[in-house]
Design a protein around this ligand. Structure first.
Ligand code: CUA
Length: 305
């Protein structure tokens, strides 16, 4: 290579380096502008929260909205495949919300539509950010980190309403208790109509009643301890992982079991004289230390199909 070729190469290298340097500078300027004027925050890791200990942390034992002072609210949210708890966050117009977010299992995202709120939710850590909701409306919340087969169903909403309406909603009677638990925790996978998603999430409509009729303690074990292993329902094979829902209270689990075994016109499959599940029954099963694989072994013993 002669001297002229060397010069040409060096010239091009300098040009590319300048372009890369200018791009880095442009990104730093854009981020600074977003931080200063667009309400963008850098999420802070204010504390840690071990996934297994969330139920014993004051902040996450009962996630939801807590009033901190006039117009100020603390919003604790737990993400878990494939739900956010709570699934609806209600705030008055003008509320200054302090979000504390954590994950019970894998990395999730928490993005509130039409706002600057977009943060990663990391197991073991607490993401903190503030946002003031000046405009009333329903803001969709979605998970924007791929977290598994039900990722696209992982949604929640923030309802920003006039304060008068907020008080009314709190005074109104809640929906059937089991249905509320189901909608908040189970419907993302098993669907509101209980039909599941063929090949991904097994149906509950009719099937939960069949299982309860075969062995009433089995559905209890599935909800409390989870289920892992291949199963077959109505000729379709499922090999996903049902997470354990032990963070729900004994009452909530009894309510949701009664909902899924009698809902969608499935009482007939339960048979005559099937007594509703009780919180005491849940407490008894809770004392058994079972893994999701143990629960799969229980299912094999039911002799279904
Ligand atoms: Cu959670 Cu995607």
């Amino acid at each position: 290579m002669d001297h002229e070729q060397h010069e040409a190469i060096a010239r091009w290298e300098r040009r590319w380096l300048s372009v890369a340097g200018l791009m880095s500078l442009a990104f730093v300027i854009l981020i600074t502008i977003a931080l200063a004027t667009e309400g963008t925050h850098i999420a802070q890791r204010s504390s840690r929260a071990a996934p297994a200990q969330l139920t014993s942390l004051e902040l996450f034992a009962n996630p939801g909205v807590t009033a901190l002072g006039p117009g100020r609210y603390r919003v604790a949210v737990v993400a878990q495949s494939f739900t956010f708890t709570p699934s609806e966050i209600r705030l008055p117009v003008g509320a200054e919300a302090e979000f504390y977010l954590t994950s019970r299992d894998v990395l999730h995202g928490f993005q509130i539509q039409s706002t600057a709120v977009n943060v990663e939710v990391i197991p073991g850590e607490v993401s903190y950010l503030r946002y003031t909701f000046d405009q009333p409306g329903e803001y969709r919340v979605s998970c924007n980190e791929y977290c598994g087969i039900g990722h696209q169903n992982m949604i929640a909403k923030v309802s920003v309403v006039p304060s008068s309406q907020l008080a009314q909603a709190e005074a109104a009677p809640a929906a059937a208790p089991g249905e509320a638990v189901f909608t908040a925790n189970c419907a993302a996978c098993h669907q509101a109509n209980g039909q599941g998603v063929p090949g991904a999430f097994p149906p509950l409509a009719g099937h939960a009643a069949d299982l309860a009729a075969a062995d009433r303690s089995y559905p209890l074990a599935v909800v409390l301890h989870g289920l892992q292993g291949p199963i077959s329902v109505a000729g379709t094979t499922y090999n996903g992982v049902m997470p354990a829902w032990g963070q729900l209270s004994d009452e909530q689990i009894a309510e949701v079991l009664n909902y899924i075994t009698t809902g969608w016109d499935s009482e007939a499959a339960l048979g005559e004289g099937f007594a509703p599940y009780t919180a005491d029954e849940v407490a008894v099963e809770r004392a058994n230390a079972r893994t999701p694989t143990d629960v799969h072994a229980l299912r094999e013993q039911l002799g279904l199909e």
